[in-house]
Design a protein around this ligand. Structure first.
Ligand code: SAH
Length: 398
């Protein structure tokens, strides 16, 4: 067990940490020079030595580490990780028991008191995401715990702590038995092909579960659906299964075509009956307008930042433009499903983008429903920034 280091918090930040703020911010520390080796245990205290919390040092874009306990008597050790993992597993009983959903989140970082660590369940396999070299230094402890406290068939990992904060490519298999790929997983009865050893992404974004369900059950029957930034086409599959009259998937990445065809086939749908277009969304809109195409439902789920050959998209700056170009290809009475996972975009700002886009294009709208993260993506009330997902179903009126 490593010695713990004392990290002192500036007076004007003390209140925040007393209230349970879990992230160690460098700017809040009076003695940042003590932060030397990632993974070292930190005792967070006031300038006069009063205990505030205990955690670890780990550099990620958000901050310099996470506080894992506010209990002075509790050490950051195997027992603490075990306790948190048991609680996290217990909170997901409903998911483990649901035969129609075999993919979900088991540990959601600070939402489960384990900042910097994400663990997802993929039908018997566990995928661990490490967000810093600091949390990665506990790898053996955490992997052993997952093997010993769950029914894990195998474990995969994603290291997300390169210089740029991106994915570190590697062989992602860690322990247990390797899976065969594609690994089919179920979400509310829909089937998705996943790949746990093929880069940073697995083929499905599981935080959109409620959106796919809602789209399928309430917005698809008999409708024409345009799925932009479609990736592997999971929304198109949901729409098709919900009885859509037609789906069109648009993504700039070449691989999206075969990936989308595969997801359709996994669900017994003939991909030839659906349109899959490899193109930049903004280019596609130009052609759609020229041809007078429009849709009953348009899904917008862009990344926070993306650069294609033709365009650069930054959600924080360009979401308004995206909406303005979407409104003309949406039928009157139709629905735009606007989603953003950009943590820096507040609900207020997102609503302002929506409002402005409709005003500027001369249309009225009403919000039909809105969503944030699903139940398995627990968030820490002391860290509202962790609740990054914002989705609005917007009806285009006259
Ligand atoms: N909505 C998807 C996830 C989107 S991931 C789902 O729920 O599964 C983001 C996708 O946007 C990537 O597949 C990327 O290739 C695509 N993309 C990024 N910029 C784009 C652009 N300008 N035009 C079309 N696709 C784009």
């Amino acid at each position: 067990m490593m010695e713990e280091k004392a990290v002192r918090i500036k007076q004007n930040f003390v209140r925040k940490y007393e209230e349970g703020f879990p992230l160690l911010l460098k700017e809040a520390v009076t003695n940042p020079a003590v932060l030397e080796e990632e993974g070292e245990i930190l005792r967070i205290e006031t300038e006069d030595g009063t205990f505030l919390g205990r955690g670890y040092y780990g550099e990620q874009n958000k901050g310099a580490g996470w506080i894992l306990t506010g209990n002075e008597k509790e050490a950051v050790d195997q027992r603490l990780f075990e306790k948190k993992l048991m609680v996290a597993l217990g909170r997901r009983t409903r998911f483990f028991e649901d035969e129609n959903t075999t993919v979900f989140r088991v540990v959601n970082g600070e939402g489960d008191g384990l900042g910097g660590l994400i663990i997802d369940y993929y039908d018997g396999y566990y995928v661990i995401q490490w967000y810093s070299a600091g949390i990665y230094s506990f790898k053996k402890t955490i992997v052993d715990l997952v093997l010993n406290t769950t029914d894990a068939v195998g474990i995969y990992e994603k290291k997300r702590f390169s210089e740029e904060g991106g994915y570190v490519s590697d062989d992602d298999f860690v322990a247990g038995a390797p899976a065969g790929f594609p690994l089919p997983v179920k979400e509310n009865g829909m089937v998705f092909a996943t790949y746990l050893n093929d880069g940073a992404m697995t083929g499905i974004f599981i935080d959109q579960r409620e959106i796919r369900k809602t789209l399928k059950e309430k917005y698809s029957k008999g409708k024409t659906v345009l799925n932009t930034f479609s990736y592997t086409g999971s929304f198109s599959v949901a729409a098709a299964l919900g009885g859509a009259a037609a789906t069109t998937s648009v993504d700039a990445a070449n691989r999206s075509r075969e990936k989308t065809e595969e997801q359709f086939r996994m669900n017994g749908i003939d991909p030839d009956e659906h349109r899959i277009i490899v193109d930049d969304v903004f280019q596609y809109y130009k052609r759609a307008v020229r041809r007078g195409e429009s849709y009953d439902v348009v899904i917008l789920d862009p990344p926070s930042f993306a650069r294609t050959k033709k365009t650069t998209f930054r959600a924080a700056k360009d979401y308004g433009k995206l909406l303005k170009e979407t409104i003309p290809v949406t039928n009157e009475g139709g629905t735009i499903i606007a989603s953003t996972n950009h943590a820096g975009m507040t609900r207020k700002k997102f609503r302002a983008f929506i409002d402005e886009a409709f005003k500027e294009t001369g249309h009225r709208y009403s919000i039909q429903e809105s969503f944030s993260l699903p139940d398995d993506f627990l968030t820490d009330p002391a860290f509202p920034e962790g609740s990054y997902l914002k989705v609005y179903f917007i009806q285009k009126l006259s």
